[in-house]
Design a protein around this ligand. Structure first.
Ligand SMILES: [Zn+2]
Ligand SMILES: [Zn+2]
Length: 222
C-alpha cells in the first residue's frame, strides 16, 4: 500500500549535502514523492545568498508533478537567536523554516527545542531528541510539527518523540533529512519509521499523509 511521499527536510551541496537541489528533486520524482523541501543549514549568517540560489534552482526545475519547497534548517544557534534567524530566512524567501532540534547525537545548544517552538517563526522542529512533556505540550499549543527522522543517529530519539507528541496531541511527520539522493525514502519505509517509533497503526496515515498535506496547505503550497 504505497502512497505519495512528503518530505520536509533535506540538504544539498549548498551546505553539507552531496547533490544539487535539482538532482534531489529529480530523484524525489523517481521515488514517488509528492513534495520535497530543501532545507539547507543556516547558522545565523545572511540567508540571502543561499535563498537566492535555492529560489533560482526551484524556478529552473519547474514542477513536473512534484511540489518543491525551499527553506532553511536553523542549526546550532544560541536559542535566543533562533527567532531572528528564522524571520530573516522568511524575509529572504524561505517557504519553510525548520530548526535542528536537540538530537541525541550532537551537542545542540540546550533550550533549542523550546526556543524553536516558542518563536512562532518555525514550521517544524526536526529530530527533537529527548523531547520533554512540556515541550510536546508547547508544540501542540504553538502548532509546531514534530519530526520522526529516518536518519541514522537522529532517529534514536524517535520513540520518545512519538510517545510524547501523541500524548500531548502534537502533530508528527516522518522526514529523511537526506544529505544525498540515496537518503531519500519511499512511502513504505516512512510507514515503517512511524510504526517503529511506536505510532499506532490507526494513526500512521495521519503522520505520513494527512499532516504533511495540512502542512503544505498551511504553507500555501497544496
Ligand atoms: Zn538537523
Ligand atoms: Zn538536516
Amino acid at each position: 500500500m504505497e502512497g505519495e511521499r512528503y518530505d520536509f527536510h533535506s540538504h544539498t551541496l549548498l551546505t553539507d549535502g552531496s547533490a544539487m537541489p535539482i538532482d534531489m528533486w529529480h530523484h524525489a520524482v523517481l521515488l514517488g514523492h509528492r513534495a520535497l523541501a530543501i532545507t539547507d543549514h543556516l547558522y545565523g549568517e545572511d540567508p540571502r545568498p543561499m535563498m537566492t540560489r535555492l529560489l533560482a534552482d526551484q524556478e529552473a526545475f519547474g514542477s513536473g508533478g512534484l511540489t518543491t519547497l525551499v527553506g532553511v534548517e536553523v542549526s546550532m544557534l544560541r536559542p535566543d537567536r533562533i527567532a531572528a534567524a528564522a524571520k530573516a530566512a522568511r524575509k529572504a524567501g524561505a517557504q519553510i523554516v525548520i530548526v535542528h532540534g536537540e538530537t541525541p547525537v550532537e551537542p545542540v545548544p540546550p533550550g533549542t527545542n523550546r526556543a524553536a517552538i516558542e518563536s512562532n517563526e518555525v514550521d517544524l522542529l526536526a529530530h527533537p531528541g529527548l523531547l520533554s512533556e512540556p515541550e510536546a505540550e508547547l508544540a501542540r499549543a504553538h502548532d509546531v510539527i514534530l519530526e520522526l527522522s529516518s536518519r541514522r543517529g537522529h532517529g534514536l530519539g524517535n520513540g520518545i518523540v512519538a510517545v510524547r507528541a501523541l500524548a500531548a496531541g502534537a502533530q508528527l511527520v516522518v522526514d529523511s533529512d537526506a544529505h544525498s539522493a540515496h537518503d531519500l525514502i519511499r512511502q513504505e519505509f516512512a510507514r515503517k519509521v512511524a510504526l517503529g517509533a511506536g505510532v499506532p497503526v490507526s494513526q500512521v496515515e495521519r503522520v505520513i499523509t494527512e499532516t504533511p498535506q495540512k502542512l503544505l496547505k498551511r504553507l500555501g503550497r497544496a
